[in-house]
Design a protein around this ligand. Structure first.
Ligand SMILES: Nc1ncnc2c1ncn2[C@@H]1O[C@H](COP(=O)(O)OP(=O)(O)OP(=O)(O)O)[C@@H](O)[C@H]1O
Ligand SMILES: [Mg+2]
Length: 205
């Protein structure tokens, strides 16, 4: 009988491959349009409107382009934070402030991130909203990322609940074409409360 963990892993990596290919095929124009449409979703979103400290990401690999949303946040006087690879904690993220003049460097995955400056790091609990990237989502609030487990570890419920804290509110940003029916989910996967795509906002209880 095949090992269940092996089946799960193989299935997840096939889905990742298929959906990453799909989003990489979007044209520059489609990406720009998606980024602008996302601003419309953001500007109508009550929790976004109220948030002052928002974590977003710098897009990579065909992910939904966040530049227009970042510019919109700045125009609204909101502070934007970007994940960087944690220098000591295994496969965890830190969030650090992004301004128009923040120096960027490429991390080991080739993804741009702000150069680490401890004075710009925000404690997780001060984030009003975390907009995570993802590879695939389903309509039950399941999320499949790039496979590193970075968001799962950083926002693991246990980690916060153990300390009597409420974890930050994490939602996902994705192109509509990243939707997948019934994702194979693992026990460590962090569920997300909501997904924002260029065309709609989906909330899960
Ligand atoms: N809270 C956790 N503690 C320890 N290991 C974890 C935790 N969460 C995930 N992992 C490990 O990380 C690996 C990758 O997890 P997974 O495939 O769910 O990544 P992902 O959700 O796609 O990535 P990401 O969170 O970076 O977007 C798994 O092998 C898993 O065992
Ligand atoms: Mg996961």
């Amino acid at each position: 009988m095949p090992d269940i963990t092996h089946v799960l892993t193989t299935n997840r990596s096939q889905i990742r491959q298929q959906i990453r290919q799909r989003r990489q095929q979007l044209s520059t124009l489609q990406q720009q349009q998606a980024g602008h449409d996302l601003v419309r979703q953001f500007s109508q979103h009550i929790q976004v409107q109220a948030a002052q400290h928002i974590a977003i990401y710098l897009h990579n690999d065909g992910e939904l382009d966040t530049q227009a949303v970042i510019d919109w946040c700045w125009q609204q006087g909101k502070q934007v934070y970007i994940p960087i690879l944690h220098p000591f904690s295994h496969k965890q993220l830190l969030f650090t402030r992004l301004t128009a003049t923040t120096p960027l460097v490429k991390n080991k995955y080739g993804i741009s991130e702000p150069r680490l400056n401890v004075t710009n790091v925000i404690p997780y609990l001060e984030l009003d909203l975390v907009c995570s990237p993802l590879v695939a989502f389903d309509l039950a609030g399941n999320r499949l990322g790039m496979g590193g487990g970075y968001y799962d570890r950083t926002f693991s419920q246990h980690q916060f609940v153990r300390n009597g804290q409420q974890p930050p509110y994490v939602l996902g940003l994705a192109h509509d074409c990243q939707q997948h029916a019934n994702l194979p989910i693992a026990p460590w996967d962090m569920p997300i409360k909501e997904i924002i795509t260029p065309s709609r906002t989906l909330q899960f209880s």
